[in-house]
Design a protein around this ligand. Sequence first.
Ligand SMILES: CC(C)(COP(=O)(O)OP(=O)(O)OC[C@H]1O[C@@H](n2cnc3c(N)ncnc32)[C@H](O)[C@@H]1OP(=O)(O)O)[C@@H](O)C(=O)NCCC(=O)NCCS
Length: 180
Amino acid sequence: MFKGKRIYIRKLEESDVKKKTEWVNNEIVNETLMFDFPLSLSESLEWYRKTHFNRNRWDFAICEIQSDNLIGMTGLIDLSYRHRRAQFYITIGEMSAWGKGYAKEVIPLTLEFAFKELGLEKVYLFTFDNNVKARTIYEKMGFKQEALMKKQYFLHGKLNDLYQHAILKEEFLEMYKDKI
Ligand SMILES: CC(C)(COP(=O)(O)OP(=O)(O)OC[C@H]1O[C@@H](n2cnc3c(N)ncnc32)[C@H](O)[C@@H]1OP(=O)(O)O)[C@@H](O)C(=O)NCCC(=O)NCCS
């Protein structure tokens, strides 16, 4: 478990998958998610059983410390030990938990795990062009834009542009040197 001030992250459990399915199917949450939906619970459970021991991804549940409620997920996918990089993701699935600064607490915890525990050198992520909120947060947290890929991802009836951002280990260590 890795603790922030108001949230902690822990390994995702099979019992968390029901909530994940609800979030992915929520049309407001999935507006900015790179995810094939609709999603069934049985598919999600199958996914969990298949990926649980897979070491090219790490999935964490995000929980509020005070209530112990599960509010979202974060993690690293497409992990390459050879190239020392992984793709970051975050979903605060409980919309009542939006705007409280939780993403800003989660991001350094997941990055610290990536750089210090896994020894990665680079963490990158993608955002849809409409996800100005997420991009604002990522840039505040130290991610820098690397690319804008036009008509890259078909979702919600259209080909969407995708931004790619990344943070390097040395940038993270410099930015967070007083906090970790
Ligand atoms: C995007 C998401 C992770 C943000 O989580 P959150 O906990 O609500 O975000 P936080 O409260 O930590 O961030 C607040 C920051 O967002 C920024 N922000 C909020 N609304 C914004 C908006 N409409 N436009 C630009 N920036 C905005 C502010 O800069 C604010 O920072 P401040 O407190 O310094 O002013 C969450 O809304 C989510 O999971 N959405 C659905 C899935 C998703 O889009 N995931 C990311 C995929 S790339």
